[in-house]
Ligand binder design. Structure first.
Ligand SMILES: Nc1ncnc2c1ncn2[C@@H]1O[C@H](COP(=O)(O)OP(=O)(O)OP(=O)(O)O)[C@@H](O)[C@H]1O
Ligand SMILES: [Mg+2]
Length: 299
């Protein structure tokens, strides 16, 4: 047998067993025998096992052996990559859930603790101001300024707490939460959002409602950050047991180069959140014609 064929078989022996020590013996008989090939392999088991393949080596039998090994190897790799994919999905689901729990905890802390402390400071400041004599104008002015600052701090805490975990979503439902968010968004960014929310959303499961709310937040943040427009549209429709959310703008559209090397997390997070509630996510964008984020969720 030619040495070329031997090294070919040896390479496959290594590949098949996953061990560099899988041995094809350099036995002269083995190389010379016209009748066949004795291939000794040491597979990776504790007990030393010898597999003896004795066959008449023709090119077709080598091809069959190689094809079998290839198929086995491929099957193992497919299985491994499926398992890895499942693990990644489970991890991202857990991450999103943990993130929501943490946001809710921070929102509670801000609302129940920090907010109350700021309110107490504000009351203390009012009492102090009353004790400052009229003739000490500077001191009274300064206390006024401090009190105004406290009002702003209280407002920022309220807004942050609300953004972290919209209590209105729990108590007033999805449509009301979206309305509140859209009007706060206008106050902050100056972008007017026309919201259309048709249908009944009372029975929408909580994880789906949170998902729709977060996707609207994320898509509107993108409008503010990238579209540079004065108006945006949010539409939520429930029909045929499907919730359809679209967030659109008439801005410059997504630059084609962004798809190839995504840098941000926003669109990835929308895709992941949608997948977790068995929905579909689509993004429609044309240069100078705007962008629409489209999400459909069974609910
Ligand atoms: N409404 C939009 N108009 C124009 N371009 C957009 C719009 N939405 C997204 N893009 C483009 O798609 C890219 C990816 O968006 P994505 O939300 O994933 O990331 P980001 O906004 O850049 O960062 P992050 O969301 O992590 O703060 C953006 O960088 C932007 O170029
Ligand atoms: Mg973004």
């Amino acid at each position: 047998m030619a040495m070329g064929t031997l090294s070919f078989v040896q390479a496959w022996a290594h590949r098949w067993t996953g061990r560099r020590d899988a041995a094809v013996p350099a036995d002269p008989d083995f190389c010379r025998s016209p009748a066949g090939l004795a291939l000794l392999l040491r597979p990776p088991v504790p007990m030393r096992t010898t597999i003896r393949l004795s066959t008449r080596l023709t090119s077709s039998s080598i091809t069959a052996v190689v094809a079998g090994l290839l198929a086995r190897n491929l099957k193992r790799r497919v299985l491994q990559s499926r398992l890895a994919e499942q693990e990644v999905r489970a991890l991202s689901e857990r991450l999103i859930n943990v993130q929501e729990e943490e946001r809710a905890r921070l929102a509670r802390e801000l609302h129940d603790d920090i907010s109350q402390q700021v309110a107490a400071l504000s009351i203390g400041m009012s009492n102090l101001k009353r004790q400052i004599p009229q003739q000490q104008g500077d001191a009274r002015e300064q206390s006024d300024r401090i009190q105004q600052k406290l009002v702003h701090v209280a407002e920022s805490i309220r807004r942050l707490s609300h953004e972290l975990h919209p209590a209105v979503l729990e108590y007033s439902g999805l449509a009301a939460a979206l309305r509140t968010y859209c009007s706060e968004f206008k106050l902050l960014t100056g972008i007017r959002v026309s919201l259309q929310a048709d249908g009944s959303f009372e029975s929408v499961p909580s994880p789906v409602a949170v998902c729709i709310y977060r996707i609207t937040q994320e898509a509107l943040q993108n409008v503010a950050k990238h579209a540079k427009v004065a108006e945006a549209e949010v539409e939520l429709i429930r029909s045929d047991a499907t919730l359809c959310l679209s967030v659109s703008d008439h801005g410059p559209g997504i630059k084609p180069s962004c798809g190839a090397t995504p840098v941000g997390l926003g669109l990835a997070s929308i895709r992941e959140r949608t997948r977790l509630v068995n929905g579909t996510f689509e993004i429609q964008s044309k240069p100078e014609q705007g962008t629409t984020v489209l999400v459909r969720i069974p609910a």
